[in-house]
Design a protein around this ligand. Structure first.
Ligand code: TPP
Ligand code: MG
Length: 1026
């Protein structure tokens, strides 16, 4: 319908303005006759143009009439009926018109009209031609990018395989596709409202229409946007790329662009000259990345952005550090010195992974801007969600709810952008309320190769950027050898982000002049591509020649610019030789001002009590068991849960959910922001948490009681995430990076699902501080426990976390008794706990914030214990003066006669409850002591020693419900042995080794459980073994 309507509008034929053809030719000449040119055709002069009532402003009227007539011929005056019949039958408009039939002469009039039917077509052809032109415009908008000149190497097949689309006019004979021919080229058409190629003109000859479409969509820029399902956004993009004369730059802009190209190019050349055999993953072939980023930053600063957080891979990273972030050059150059000593503890990292934070004045806008480049591992794209999380956090802390002040830029390689799934996961966070950063600008260094693999075998999509379509992000492909086009699209990308607060992609189509790194020989695998690359003139040289030819700059000025920058590099190089020590601290991407003392050390080395007053416990307990807003109807089942909570508070006890509530509520009250994110965390996978209440009568009305604890409390963010682990955990890690004064928790639906986020754990959480001297207090909540649920949903794989602890199992730490716990914590790379009581869970969460430094905390959390009648804690265990208990000793009858104890069973987590039940059943409360190791890492050597000393006649057993090659055994055994100075053996009671974490058969599960409990309480089980 819509289409018909617009078509009818264009029924009105128009005479070609005299100037149309000459305009078109002038423009062609201006672009150097850039693309497919059209031979001048005979000019079109339609007799219809003379039709008096079909020109000027009457067209709408006619349109309406025509439209009404199409629906019902009787709805228009007879004269119009006859006219349209005749016109439709092909009569020229002059002939189509007939005087209204005389009164009383109806029969004659009709006869005349009928006689007209059968006159030769014309209006129909007009309609068809206009339709064709409209389709043509649309074809360019949709598929013009496929024929754009994006590839500096001219081997386009690699980036966009396949023949050009048949509906793009690549030569005159293609006009036929639209039912047009060369004779139509000079006909003038009214432009549809969905194009801006006319500028101030609303009509153009076909020849000019095609020329302008070619200019807009088929030169150095290829715009992909027609999949966006928002008309306003599409129109916005069309006008940005279609308006005539858009690509005009001031002299000043051109000179700045040249200067930036000089820096970008000469930086790499300098490094190559000085350190020709060092890997640096240079930018050669994509030097315009630097002006691209600087353009985005300038424009964003102009739009009010004050802080930009960037993530990028190896390619061109040093160049970005030097010329975008403005890291001192001597600090970069000294990294190439192999004798440089490391000042900081830890592994450090290679120079092209380190991060950076820098505040400076933006020269273009004269405003302050903070730029940070996040440190990242080799794992491509892994940093994406981390950048987003940090960006979100910065926005959150400065109250930037629209993303006007803080934004992120993500850089990608073409192969990684297409290949790595985390890119997709990150895109899917982009529009979620608790995860959006209100638009990210993605820049792809599309050098048409990934290491040795070219796109034909590296991806199934046309472009590496297709993944961005999933969130309707426009994609601007641009030939990186055309720096002005690059600058233009970067400006548009920044404006897009500022206008719509949505993601956008700039695809810099370029090449890689060297191998993957400077040592690699690319000719082994890409001989033809590299033959072409060898012939390729550098982009700086090309652009300089262009500007010199234009007279925008003189050769002398250009050479002076080069000399000036080379001198800067040389001087910095001389200074860099004085640097003998590498301070990784100088490469910190997220400083925490005020958290450490001047030397970067914790302000104290004590952990205060994590207890709360009776009153505070009562108050938070009350909030946890009530609905703090009026007229809010909750589900009946939930009412029962809240009543149960109220009863517990009355009895001064907590279950797991209430313990967590106490920890969160109190920290919020004390001013600590809390963010809990993960799949279904609002209710809790096991329906125990219920932090978000839903009104049963009003759609989307919710209440978060935790935000009603105290008037000046910090906000609580609890958010169900997308079904992603890698992306979401990365995001939360980034969020936790922004500030030490927030408790950021990610909960896995079941602990085993953490392995799809393994890269974030292995590359960031475990070694983050060692590599990048960056602390992080993120908390991972991983439901864990063998409960007969099968191989999945059972194990959070504690063995893997434990294996990655940096503690020496064979050395008893040499700390004083008072400082033992805190020093151990300070030295560790992460804390791993498996709490058996709500009180201990409460304490460890509070300790996470009250301790004077930040370490990641891994918590194996319970499932069945959430409702276990014995797994409750008394308020007494949470009062002032109480602490997290790293080890919970046996406080039963064994304490009275420790000498008579024959065995100490050490365990952790839920199996404790199975052990105590079995011990009771067997009447062995006096002979077997059970000690719970609640903090597995750092291992509480000192407290374990107290237990082993207390029971001198006991043998030592480690009991776990996990399989022998899993769980904690391999970790705990050497530590227990170290604790007793290897004087006593450590025996094992637990499931045998297995490939799968748990059986899928409930009966087998129970048999296994009973079997290892038998072993644990059979005092002769290990007799005779050594
Ligand atoms: C997750 C991951 N897998 C593999 C690698 C090894 N690797 C390093 S660079 C690279 C090629 C990257 O190609 P591209 O993304 O196009 O970036 P370019 O090097 O071309 O700039 C590969 C496979 C890696 N670093 N990370
Ligand atoms: Mg590549």
């Amino acid at each position: 319908m819509h289409r018909l309507r617009t078509t009818v509008v264009r029924l009105r034929p128009i005479a070609a303005p005299q100037t149309a053809k000459s305009q078109s030719q002038a423009r062609l000449a201006a672009v150097g006759g850039a693309l497919r040119t059209f031979q001048p055709m005979r000019s079109y002069t339609a007799s219809v143009s003379a039709e008096p009532f079909l020109n000027g402003t009457s067209s709408n009227y006619v349109e309406e009439m025509y439209y009404a007539w199409l629906e019902n011929p009787r709805s228009v005056h007879k004269s119009w009926d006859i006219f349209f019949r005749n016109a439709n039958a092909g009569a020229p408009p002059g002939a189509a018109y007939q005087s209204p039939p005389p009164l009383g002469g109806a029969a004659l009039g009709l006869a005349n009209a009928q006689a007209m039917v059968g006159v030769q077509p014309n209006v129909e052809k007009l309609v068809e031609d206009h339709l064709a032109v409209q389709s043509l415009v649309r074809a360019y908008q949709i598929r013009g990018h496929h024929v754009a000149q994006l590839d500096p190497l001219g081997i386009m097949a690699a980036i966009d395989p396949g023949p050009p689309p048949s509906d793009i006019i690549t030569s005159n004979d293609k006009l036929e596709f639209y039912g047009l021919d060369e004779s139509d080229l000079d006909k003038v058409f009214r432009l549809p409202t969905t194009t801006f190629i006319g500028g101030s003109e609303s009509t153009l000859p076909l020849r000019e229409i095609i020329q302008r479409l070619e200019m807009a969509y088929c030169q150095s820029i290829g715009v992909e946007f027609m999949f966006i399902n928002d008309l306003e956004q599409c129109q916005w993009i069309r006008q940005k790329f279609e308006r005539p004369g858009i690509m005009q730059f001031t002299l000043e802009e051109k000179r700045t662009l040249l200067a930036r190209m000089v820096r970008s190019t000469r930086f790499e050349e300098f490094l190559q000259r000085k350190w020709s055999s060092e890997k640096r993953f240079g930018l050669e072939g994509c030097e315009s990345l630097i002006p691209a980023l600087k353009t985005i930053i300038d424009k964003s600063s102009m739009n009010g952005v004050e802080s930009i957080i960037m993530g990028m891979p190896h390619r061109g990273r040093l160049n970005v550090l030097a010329n975008v972030i403005r890291k001192e050059l001597d600090q970069i150059f000294c990294q190439f010195d192999s004798k440089l000593e490391a000042a900081d503890e830890g592994s450090g990292d290679v120079k092209y992974h380190l991060g950076m934070w820098h505040r400076r004045i933006n020269r273009v806008t004269d405003r302050n801007i903070t730029l940070s480049l996040m440190a990242n591992p080799s794992h491509l794209e892994a940093v994406d969600p981390v950048v987003q999380g940090k960006t979100k956090a910065e926005q959150f802390y400065c109250g930037d709810t629209e993303g006007n002040r803080v934004m992120s830029i993500l850089l990608h390689g073409d192969a990684a952008f297409a290949g790595q799934g985390v890119v997709y996961e990150t895109f899917h966070l982009s529009d979620l309320p608790s995860y959006t950063t209100h638009g990210t600008i993605h820049v792809v260094v599309n050098n048409q190769i990934g290491f040795t693999t070219d796109p034909r075998v590296a991806r199934s999509s046309s472009y590496p950027t297709d993944v961005a379509k999933v969130v309707n992000a426009p994609i601007f492909h641009v030939n990186a050898d055309d720096p002005e086009a690059v600058m233009y699209v970067c400006n548009v990308a920044a404006e897009w982000r500022a206008t719509f607060h949505k993601d956008v992609v700039v695809d810099l189509v370029c090449y890689r002049r060297n191998g993957h790194n400077e040592m690699d020989e690319p000719m082994f695998t890409q001989p033809l591509m590299y033959k072409q690359i060898k012939k390729q003139k550098g982009v700086l040289q090309k652009y300089a020649e262009k500007l010199i030819a234009e007279g925008a700059v003189t050769r002398q000025e250009y050479e002076e610019e080069i000399a000036k920058y080379d001198k800067i590099c040389e001087e910095a190089h001389a200074r860099s030789k004085d640097e003998k020590i590498l301070h990784i601290k100088h490469w910190l991407d997220s400083p925490w001002p005020g958290f450490f003392n001047m030397d970067g050390q914790p302000k104290s080395m004590t952990s205060p009590s994590t207890g709360l007053t009776e009153e505070e416990l009562g108050h938070i307990g009350h909030i946890a068991s009530s609905v703090p807003v009026e007229d809010f109807t909750i589900h009946g089942g939930l009412s029962r849960i809240l009543k149960g909570r109220a009863a517990m508070v009355g009895q001064r006890v907590c279950d797991w959910a209430l313990g967590e509530y106490m920890a969160f509520g109190s920290l919020l009250k004390e001013g600590t922001h809390i963010r809990l994110s993960g799949q279904d965390v609002e209710r809790g996978t096991f329906s125990h948490r219920h932090h978000v209440l839903h009104d049963q009568n009003v759609d989307k009305r919710i209440c978060i009681p935790m935000n009603h604890i105290a008037p000046n409390q910090a906000p609580y963010t609890v958010c169900n995430s997308s079904l992603s682990e890698y992306g979401v955990l990365g995001f939360e890690l980034g969020f936790a990076m922004a500030s030490p004064n927030a408790l950021v928790l990610w909960e896995a639906q079941f602990g085993d699902f953490h392995n799809t986020a393994q890269c974030i754990i292995d590359q960031f959480i475990c070694p983050g501080q060692a590599k990048w001297v960056r602390q992080n207090g993120i908390v991972l909540l991983l439901p864990h426990g063998m409960e007969g649920m099968g191989p999945e949903h059972s194990s959070a794989r504690p063995e893997r976390f434990l294996q990655m602890c940096n503690e020496d199992p064979d050395a008893y730490p040499k700390f004083s008794a008072e400082e033992f716990a805190v020093r151990q914590l300070y030295d560790c790379n992460w804390i791993i706990v498996n709490c058996s009581t709500p009180a201990n869970y409460f304490h460890v969460l509070r300790r996470q914030i009250l301790q004077p430094f930040r370490k990641p905390l891994i918590v194996f959390t319970p499932k069945s214990l959430l409702r276990h009648p014995d797994a409750k804690s008394n308020f007494d265990d949470m009062l002032p003066g109480t602490h997290f208990q790293r080890l919970i000793p046996d406080s039963g009858p064994v304490c009275e006669k420790p000498d008579g104890v024959k065995r100490i069973v050490f365990c952790t987590g839920k199996v404790y409850y199975e052990l105590t039940r079995e011990r009771k059943n067997r009447g062995m409360d006096n002979t077997v002591a059970i000690a719970r190791i609640e903090q597995l890492s750092p291992f509480p050597f000192d407290q374990v020693k107290v237990e082993t000393d207390r029971y001198p006649n006991a043998d030592l057993v480690w009991c776990q419900e996990e399989h022998k090659n899993q769980g904690y055994y391999d970790y705990v055994k050497p530590r227990l042995r170290t604790t007793v100075d290897r004087t006593r053996p450590v025996w094992y009671a637990g499931r045998g080794p297995a490939a799968a974490p748990a059986t899928g058969n409930k009966a087998a599960h129970l048999v296994e459980l009973q079997r290892f409990l038998d072993t644990a309480f059979n005092l002769d089980a290990f007799t005779g073994q050594s």
